[in-house]
Design a protein around this ligand. Structure first.
Ligand SMILES: Cc1cc2nc3c(=O)[nH]c(=O)nc-3n(C[C@H](O)[C@H](O)[C@H](O)COP(=O)(O)OP(=O)(O)OC[C@H]3O[C@@H](n4cnc5c(N)ncnc54)[C@H](O)[C@@H]3O)c2cc1C
Length: 305
């Protein structure tokens, strides 16, 4: 049995591993997909302190090497269930490759931006398809940008991007924006912003692996038209992968784990860190911060047993 098992090898999970092994705990990180999490979708990161510019893969490699070098173990598997042995005070994590047991668990499963599900989408992420204006907006300065979505998160992205774009098009599937009225009014008043309503993206157009345009369809008339873009920002919602924890942890209506800053959810020995936690800013630096805090709280819990 391990002292601590961390679910998810994104920046939150890897930071938690680094802190927990340095505190003398035995640690396994279980990752179902890519070591490094969402970072690996970003070809260029310019806002993580210590690196004026680094690719997401390189930053991920550095974090993985550091965690492994200190003695953490990383397993490739998907955690599909979690059960608590209240009497013996340990958790069993189920994966298709077998069960893992730990005294404490850190949930660092992140969240992912919802996709449109169109052909070629995954390949174009980081090559014209982005999700985060704070992260990637600067790459499209002076360019033609589209934001897909018309709710509050799309509006936040659009307001940031409108300041740097030559032209910003908001593609909204409904007859009006659904973001807050004053934000909608601000966007509507901006000269370089065009909003097209009742419209959905039908197809991505690319050249040499880079997005160059989108084909959009008016849902009322069925008319198709092509929009030339340098980049698009998908803002059609987020989906944290927290379903399997709904019986043990408090979760808000959007699927985020409700935890304090040290990851405590009032759930004996289980802590939350990173983008899967209900919070305002989802970035690598906030994920690493969460990972450190949750790890120290988990270590304290293990020591108390
Ligand atoms: C395209 C893109 C560009 C970005 N650019 C920047 C940037 O420039 N700067 C910045 O600060 N932030 C950026 N971000 C945001 C940043 O990457 C995230 O905020 C950060 O990665 C969150 O870290 P995390 O560890 O909480 O979650 P994640 O990175 O999402 O990692 C969670 C991990 O958990 C794994 N997992 C989920 N469920 C299970 C399970 N059941 N079993 C096992 N493993 C599981 C997932 O596979 C994933 O690897 C970007 C995000 C994207 C998508």
């Amino acid at each position: 049995m391990k002292d601590i098992i961390i679910i998810g090898a994104g920046p939150a999970g890897l930071t938690a591993a680094i802190y927990a092994v340095r505190a003398g705990k035995s640690v396994t990180v279980i990752e179902k997909s890519t070591f490094g999490g969402q970072m690996t979708f970003s070809p260029k990161i310019e806002n993580y302190p210590g690196f004026s510019e680094i690719s997401g893969n390189e930053l991920a490699d550095k974090m993985v090497e550091q965690a492994l070098g200190l003695g953490a173990e990383i397993e490739c598997a998907e955690v599909t269930a979690i059960a608590y042995n209240k009497k013996e005070k340990f958790y069993t994590l189920t994966t298709p490759d077998g069960d893992f047991e730990a005294k404490s668990v850190i949930i660092a499963v992140g969240s992912h931006h919802r996709r449109l599900g169109l052909e070629g989408e995954e390949e174009l992420v980081g090559h014209g398809i982005s999700f985060c204006a704070v992260c990637d907006g600067a790459f499209y300065t002076g360019g033609e940008i589209a934001v897909i979505g018309g709710g509050n998160s799309a509006a936040v992205e659009a307001l940031l991007l409108a300041k740097i774009a030559k032209k910003l098009t908001i593609v909204q599937n409904l007859p009006d924006l659904t973001c807050e009225a004053n934000t909608a009014a601000e966007l509507k008043s901006m000269e370089n912003v065009e909003i097209i309503y009742n419209t959905v993206v039908e197809e991505y157009v690319s050249e040499g692996g880079e997005l160059t345009g989108i084909v959009v369809k008016n849902t009322e008339t069925g008319d198709l038209s092509k929009l030339k873009v340098d980049g698009i920002f998908l803002a059609v919602g987020m989906a944290p992968a927290t379903d399997i924890f709904k019986d043990i942890a408090p979760i808000d209506p959007y699927g985020y784990l409700i935890a304090s800053d040290d990851g405590d959810m009032g759930c004996e020995g289980v802590f939350a860190a990173g983008d899967c936690r209900k919070k305002g800013v989802r970035q690598i630096s906030t994920a690493t911060s969460d990972g450190a805090c949750a790890a120290l709280a988990a270590c304290k819990y293990v020591d108390s047993l």
